[in-house]
Design a protein around this ligand. Structure first.
Ligand code: SAM
Length: 326
């Protein structure tokens, strides 16, 4: 293994694989009510294609893989893919980002297949608000999914909440209390202005969230629950769990970005916020050698931009979160 780094010397060791563009929720800040046009199934990479890219990426220096979507748990037979990826020796961390709706049925099998841990996106603990934000009445299923993941040992479980002013910001304290009462690891995420429905007025900066949390006591800096990532962690007095802040807008973390993202149809993105992409699928399907695929990945990594321009209001024109998977 050589180790992969970009032209700014950032080590790149993390690959996010989007395994489907389908989703069973319609979160208002992510998708329109009727969804977006879906790719024909033949465009989606097969498990074998995903694994061959993962293997080549692992040879280049990728050690961490996260499955995302769309909603990854709607992809049929996902545990089989997990099992195939878990067999790649140099991958030491295999994780999943999910909305949790289908997790209770799959947590145990995913763990047995070799999945290490899950992040669960949950924006409200109130049934009516959850329904409003996601346009589906599925809060109970998600809560059962969190319990199932915990029983299965898919830990540490991180709960990701996108904070929306006037919609769920009255629940910041409720989520934070869960770090004390239930040992949850909660991460507050700043809303990225990526779709016409992400109205600027709903944006809440992390600094404000932090100030609001003072009513629960001092936030002390904390080690992350697992590895290193974009969040900055703290804990409240007597809390077993942590509170993380992810600040893509007010304080971007591009300087330490170690990520690559592959869309469901095989397009490699070196930056979530850029439309630049390298299409690996045609090469893969016309039988390119691993070395040729390697070169394509290396070129994409080399062209990774230094940072995004969200703060200046510049957003990607065509890359949808629901396709790239966050
Ligand atoms: N369906 C899975 C899930 O819900 O976790 C994976 C895909 S989803 C696109 C990944 C994450 O992106 C979720 O946590 C979601 O809340 C977040 N997300 C989507 N649009 C966003 C936006 N405009 N700003 C911040 N986070 C966003």
């Amino acid at each position: 293994m050589t180790g992969l780094s970009d032209s700014f010397n950032r080590p790149i060791n993390y690959l996010r694989l989007s395994v489907t563009d389908r989703c069973n929720l319609r979160c208002r800040y992510c998708l329109p009510e009727n969804g977006i046009p879906l790719l024909p199934r033949s465009d989606l990479l097969s498990f074998e294609e995903l694994v061959s890219i993962a293997k080549i990426a692992a040879e280049l220096g990728i050690t961490k893989i996260r499955l995302t979507g769309g909603e990854p748990l709607v992809r049929k037979d996902l545990p089989r893919l997990v099992e195939m990826l878990a067999r790649i020796d140099s991958i030491d961390d295999l994780s999943l980002t999910t909305n949790g709706v289908l997790l209770r049925h799959q947590a145990k099998e995913l763990k047995q297949a070799g999945l290490n841990r899950v992040n669960i996106s949950l924006d409200s603990l109130k049934q009516d608000k959850f329904h409003y934000i996601t346009r589906q009445d599925k809060l109970k299923e998600v809560l059962k999914g969190i319990q199932a993941a915990s029983r299965a040992g898919l830990s540490p479980i991180k709960i990701n909440m996108v904070v929306l002013r006037g919609i769920n910001d009255d629940e910041i304290i409720d989520f934070a209390r869960r770090t004390i009462n239930d040992g949850w690891h909660v991460r507050f995420i700043e809303l990225m202005p990526l779709t016409p429905t992400t109205h600027p007025a709903t944006f809440v900066p992390a600094s404000e969230i932090k100030t609001r949390l003072l009513s629960l006591g001092d936030l002390k800096p904390s080690l992350p629950p697992h590895g290193i990532g974009p969040a900055r962690y703290f804990h409240l007095p007597r809390a077993r769990g942590t509170i993380g802040f992810i600040t893509p807008v007010t304080e971007h973390f591009c300087i330490s970005c170690n990520r690559l993202r592959l869309t469901t149809d095989g397009k490699l993105h070196a930056c979530l916020m850029s439309d630049d992409e390298t299409d690996l699928r045609p090469a893969l399907r016309r039988g390119a050698s691993p070395l040729q695929i390697k070169r394509l990945i290396q070129q994409a990594v080399y062209a990774k931009p230094p940072h995004h321009h969200l703060a200046e209001g510049i957003t990607p024109a065509k890359s949808a979160m629901s396709k790239i998977g966050g």
